[in-house]
Design a protein around this ligand. Structure first.
Ligand SMILES: Cc1cc2nc3c(=O)[nH]c(=O)nc-3n(C[C@H](O)[C@H](O)[C@H](O)COP(=O)(O)OP(=O)(O)OC[C@H]3O[C@@H](n4cnc5c(N)ncnc54)[C@H](O)[C@@H]3O)c2cc1C
Length: 473
């Protein structure tokens, strides 16, 4: 089994991409984007389309798609990155939340549209999203969640309840008792999307400099306009500097307690046999998850494998990040166990590759797209694991904000959203590890339907976890 090497997705692309040059020296630009993941690249792509004359420079510490954008589960999903109730506190109220959700749903199609228009071959298939309940407690949670969706006005066109039989006829998950199906979700090969997007931005004239870590973003000196991104190769002075560093943000000066770098880990099988696929089904390529507290997410890859992810070691002390996605043996064993439990037909297939990455989690679990025209500094991120589609919407929104366009996107409730900062260490580490220990215990207790009291205790512990963390459901 390969481990790390950034991700299976990059290795399936033939290895790391050919490296672009580093920043050749100090320079001036109209817009400087820090971070070459989906957020930075989509922002650059749309801004270059909106204002073709601008000089747009992307500074990337490693290579475009090195971060979560080249490692994720490949769900382009309309899932709201945050809590409806919290977004509803913004000026737009509940209508603003609905507008954000509508925008996220149409974003799934927008990603597909650009992939087709720019000939980005990333295995985009819009097969919807299926969340499966495999215990009575998960089924109760799924129904409760659906009642919540209905109370916000989501009809059958947005969420459909599936019986156990209906669920298994889509994807034969062992022990499936029911499912929730949402059509607004697509599957992609994440690194292929990142690579294609970087090339599409370059075709629009965007300059991407790699192996160029930014050490600081600051306002320009008194009497000068704009902002500065500092690197060891020189500084980029620009009217606008946009921080698009999601899970890596805490490493920049002054931002240690802003976005928590939450780990997510993945494994991918060897290609399954035709007989195994005949048993499993999954012909619609739905993006798949379960309703566990420490949930799993999965996709059927275009090359006939199952890629499955979950939390594992949730967080590294003092917001440290992984080295090239190397992941620990205990997490690999746990994810392999989940995979074999849910897909007995895949039991004989070996695990080909394991890796991990970091995603950005704000303290209130609500994402933000922010731009201060006066300082020229902006940022977007904090998508809490739902960043693939959200980064496209955030990129279009940042492009409008930087261009000074007032649009329906710039009125969405995540624009200018501010949450509080995370607790200092060691409370941050203890809190996150304690929370996921609680979730794992809750899942274990709920998995024993013969013992009613254990199940009730498990569900209660899960609720306690949600209350402590503020994770929205
Ligand atoms: C394993 C995993 C699975 C996931 N699965 C899904 C999923 O299926 N669906 C979904 O919607 N979301 C998923 N996510 C989350 C999603 O991938 C991210 O939210 C999204 O890719 C964030 O994009 P980004 O561009 O903001 O950040 P990133 O892709 O992390 O990009 C940030 C970039 O900034 C660079 N950088 C950082 N600091 C600096 C600096 N100082 N100077 C210069 N460059 C810097 C990094 O090298 C990196 O390339 C997953 C995340 C992980 C880790």
């Amino acid at each position: 089994m390969r481990n790390g090497e950034v991700s299976y997705w990059w290795q399936a692309q033939g290895g790391f991409p050919a490296r672009r040059g580093s920043l050749p020296g100090s320079t001036e630009a109209d817009v400087c984007i820090v971070g070459g993941g989906y957020t930075g690249l989509w922002t650059a792509y749309y801004l270059a389309g909106l204002r073709p004359g601008l000089r747009i420079v992307v500074l990337e510490a490693a290579f475009a798609g090195y971060g979560a954008s080249g490692r994720n589960g490949g769900w382009v999903t309309a899932e709201l990155p945050g809590s409806r109730a919290r977004y509803a506190r913004a000026a737009g109220g509940a209508a603003g939340v609905r507008a954000l959700e509508d925008a996220l749903r149409s974003t799934v199609d927008e990603v597909g549209r650009v992939c087709a228009a720019e000939s980005i071959s990333c295995d985009f298939v819009k097969g919807g999203r299926l969340s499966v309940a495999t215990t009575p407690s998960q089924l109760a949670r799924l129904r409760e969640g659906l009642a919540g969706q209905r109370s916000w006005g989501d009809g059958e066109d947005i969420y459909q309840f599936l019986t156990g039989d209906e669920t298994r006829s889509r994807v034969n998950v062992a022990g499936a008792l029911g499912g929730l199906y949402a059509p607004a979700s697509a599957r992609v090969q994440p690194a292929a999307l990142a690579a294609g997007l970087a090339a599409a931005a370059e075709r629009r004239g965007v300059e991407i400099y790699e192996a160029t870590p930014v050490s600081e973003i600051r306002s320009a000196a008194a009497g000068e306009s704009g902002a500065v991104a500092c690197t060891k190769f020189g500084d980029v002075r620009a009217r606008s500097v946009l921080r698009c560093t999601e899970g890596y943000t805490a490493r920049l000066p002054g931002l240690r307690r802003s976005l928590l770098p939450m780990n997510s880990h993945m494994v991918v099988t060897e290609p399954l046999s035709e007989a195994a696929w005949a048993e499993i089904g999954w012909d619609g390529c739905e993006t798949l998850s379960d309703e566990a507290h420490a949930y799993m997410y999965a996709q059927r890859t275009a090359d006939g494998r199952i890629a499955l992810g979950g939390r594992g070691v949730p967080y590294r002390f003092a917001s440290a990040v992984d080295h090239l996605g190397q992941t620990d043996a205990t997490t690999v064993a746990a994810l392999t166990g989940v995979l074999r439990r849910l897909f007995p037909a895949a039991s004989s297939a070996g695990i080909a590759h394991a890796w991990c990455g970091v995603l950005g989690v704000p303290r209130d679990w609500c994402a933000s797209v922010t731009y201060h025209a006066a300082s020229g500094i902006g940022w977007a991120g904090g998508y809490t694991g739902h960043g693939v589609a959200a980064a496209n919407l955030a990129g279009r929104t940042l492009a409008d904000l930087v261009a000074g366009e007032t649009s329906p996107l710039t009125a969405l409730p995540w624009v200018g959203h501010r949450g509080r900062t995370w607790e200092p260490e060691p409370a941050r580490w203890a809190g996150v590890h304690g929370l996921y220990a609680l979730y794992r215990l809750a899942d274990r207790l709920e998995a024993d339907p013969a013992a009613d009291s254990r199940v009730r205790l498990g569900t209660a512990l899960g609720h306690v976890g949600d209350m402590i963390s503020g994770i929205p459901h």
